[in-house]
Ligand binder design. Structure first.
Ligand code: GLA
Length: 389
């Protein structure tokens, strides 16, 4: 499909696109539900992503089309836009709106055609991918002069203010800063990051889609964000911290009695220990100790299941299978949870065997099939044509 995007653009808009851009999706290796608590995460970009062909028109309308969705839109260029129901084009429309609001700029007539091969609503950040590819493209085409970090921040405001999900910054950051065969260790409080080599040796990164669709807007995501804020307020009655992740697990143990609500205590315990796990995981990855890294992935999953309660039957079925399958050394849910995808470190050469056995097991427990991909860690956004990179 992506090879025919030019041609399809022509068929839709009767002229050739002037530019083509790409932005990836992401997986998070470890550090889940940490970004909005000011801690460390370790995501990487994948090779699946979103392609955007784009051209300027002189009719002063903005047209949105996608090969993935039937809905299309034709909206007059204007100084501000509002979200319409829940169609896909709210993401790029939100980018235009937030760019106009934050920078002294007005979008002119544009024709846009998108194609993505990230499964939608699967926790691989198809929404961050479409936001970043749009912001990246507009920044180039209109010479807006934003650096990558500003693009990331802008895309986060789209999610928070236009779409209405109180998500953190991890997804947009991973999509924008991803580098091939590398993971990003991002401090979500300071926004400082390190690119670290992600040598998986004799293992591959398997992504297993539960095929349980969900959107963050209709999940309990915002509820978890609020619970963490409440837990923080309890702690702040006696200690001077800005984020849950300001505490190490040891310090947390000294103050956890301040959180008098049992559910909130579970949420905060996950956050603090998961943050510590990222510190250990980064060291283990640097040492090439993938077996211990894999154990931390399992521990992370357990905590997301029991303390944070964002897993579910489908994700647990996948991880349970991985525990029993001797050629996997670590697995966990990735992203927000409530469905979506799991990731696993799978010994090379066992891809088919794994897929066959996992599929049977999953079907027998869940009643429909999971989809299994073996993914490469890919690069961040790029120009495909129309500009020098
Ligand atoms: C979603 C959000 C991110 C992050 C993860 C959970 O992907 O968009 O900001 O909170 O969930 O780690």
């Amino acid at each position: 499909m992506k090879n025919q995007l030019d041609q399809i653009f022509y068929e839709n808009y009767s002229y050739k696109p002037q530019y083509e851009f790409f932005a990836p999706g992401r997986v998070n290796l470890i550090g889940e539900h940490i970004d909005y608590n000011g801690g460390l995460v370790m995501p990487c970009a994948i090779t699946m992503g979103t392609w955007l062909c784009i051209g300027k028109n002189d009719e002063n309308v903005i047209r949105f089309r996608s090969l993935n969705f039937d809905e299309q839109a034709e909206i007059p260029a204007q100084s501000s836009f509002s979200k319409t129901a829940s169609e896909w084009f709210n993401y790029p429309l939100g980018v235009i709106n937030e760019l106009q609001k934050a920078y002294d700029w007005q979008c002119g007539g544009l024709d846009l055609l998108y194609y993505g091969n990230i499964p939608i609503g699967s926790g691989l950040s198809s929404s961050a991918s479409i936001e970043v590819v749009t912001a990246f493209a507009l920044n180039k085409i209109y010479n807006l002069g934003l650096d990558k970090l500003n693009l990331v921040k802008l895309c986060k405001t789209v999610e928070n203010n236009f779409i209405g999900v109180n998500s953190g910054i991890m997804d947009q950051f991973a999509v924008a800063f991803g580098e091939k065969d590398s993971a990003i260790v991002l401090n979500c409080n300071t926004l400082k990051h390190k690119i670290v080599a992600c040598n998986l040796q004799e293992y591959s990164l398997a992504i297993i889609n539960t095929n349980k669709h969900r959107t963050l807007a209709d999940s309990k995501y915002n509820e978890r964000v609020q619970e963490c804020q409440k837990a923080l307020q309890y702690l702040q009655r006696e200690i001077n911290i800005n984020n849950l992740c300001d505490l190490s697990a040891e310090k947390f143990a000294l103050h956890q009695h301040l959180i008098v609500d049992e559910t909130l205590l579970k949420r905060a315990s996950h956050v603090v220990k998961e943050n510590d796990r990222v510190i250990s995981a980064a060291k283990l990855l640097a040492e090439g100790n993938l077996h211990s890294f894999g154990k931390l992935m399992y521990a992370s999953h357990q905590s997301l299941k029991e303390l944070y309660e964002v897993s579910g039957k489908e994700l647990d079925t996948i991880v349970d299978f991985c525990v029993s399958y001797q050629h996997v050394i670590g697995a966990r849910m990735t992203g927000a949870g409530f469905g979506g995808c799991a990731i696993a470190l799978l010994e090379k050469g066992f891809e088919e065997d794994f897929a066959t056995h996992l599929s049977e097991y999953y079907f027998s427990k869940v009643g429909y099939y999971a989809t299994i991909y073996v993914e490469e860690i890919g690069d961040g956004p790029k120009v495909i044509s129309g500009y020098e990179n």
